[in-house]
Design a protein around this ligand. Structure first.
Ligand SMILES: [Zn+2]
Length: 266
């Protein structure tokens, strides 16, 4: 492994984008106006100590078409370019089970999927549907579960000393965030949809789709607290995120390194 690859980092992949209006994005309690706003759709790849952990799997081509989302590139092609083949037998954290985070479940028949127990219980066992789920992806997840490849977690959990998943409910009952860092040091916090947009957690402006708005506000406070300690915050759908960081394998992929002072020994 060369030095570049040895530095712990996260790749943020923009696999889609959507031009919409603020009244379609923010919760009605925030009295949003109809001015335009762009959402980008992200998936992430964490590379730490020679290990690759996938964080969310984008949307499938079928769901993008069904919902009028504009794909910017195929996540599978990015994965392959990074050496993550379809027989990838490593770990995937699914931060929640909405369609734009589960798109490649069926395409990774050897991967292990880590999900919050509360999320599985709410959508898979209870069968709730708020229109943001993909029936095909859930079926693929059910199959993976029968094959023993779905691990349900209660509370926080770690996949390695530097990769930790943190519950942040509100958008969904089992929404997870993922922190890349050593214990006690600032790191990179991938909020996924615990906050879709920066202004959501910065200004306490809940997203329109919520299973528990008050829980979401508590999750925003958690994100603000992490930012105050020096964490880099990557939200799920903030437009222009990839342009903020160093380009990686193409125009829609950015690399975010743990700053040197934060790396310690991983
Ligand atoms: Zn999302």
């Amino acid at each position: 492994m060369n030095v570049e690859e040895d530095v712990p980092h996260v790749l943020a992949v923009r696999h889609g984008t959507l031009r919409t209006t603020r009244d379609h994005v923010f919760h009605e309690s925030t009295a949003p106006d109809g001015s335009p706003i762009t959402l980008d759709y992200h998936a992430w790849i964490a590379r730490v100590a020679g290990r690759t952990v996938l964080i969310d799997l984008g949307f499938s081509a079928a769901e993008a078409e069904r919902r009028g989302r504009l794909p910017t590139l195929s996540l599978s092609s990015v994965h392959r370019r990074l050496g993550i083949a379809d027989d990838f037998d490593g770990d995937v954290i699914l931060t929640h089970l909405h369609y734009d985070h589960t798109g490649r479940v069926a395409e990774l028949p050897r991967a292990r999927f880590h999900v919050a127990a509360a999320e599985l219980e709410h959508w898979l066992d209870r069968g709730a549907d708020d229109g943001l789920l993909s029936a095909d992806d859930l079926e693929a997840l059910r199959l993976a579960r029968r094959q023993g490849r779905v691990i349900a977690h209660e509370g926080e959990f770690s996949l390695s000393p530097a990769v930790r998943a943190l519950p942040a409910p509100g958008h969904t009952p089992g929404q997870l965030m993922v922190r890349i860092a050593m214990e006690g040091a600032p790191g990179i916090l991938i909020t996924s949809d615990a906050a879709h947009l920066d202004e959501e957690y910065e200004h306490d402006l809940p997203f329109h789709a919520m299973t528990d708005v008050e829980a979401a506000r508590r999750s925003y406070a958690l994100i603000r607290a992490r930012r105050a300690t020096g964490d880099v915050i990557l939200t799920g759908h903030q437009a222009g995120t990839v342009e903020r960081y160093a380009p990686s394998t193409g125009p829609h992929v950015a690399r975010i390194d743990l700053p040197e002072s934060r790396r310690r020994t991983m």
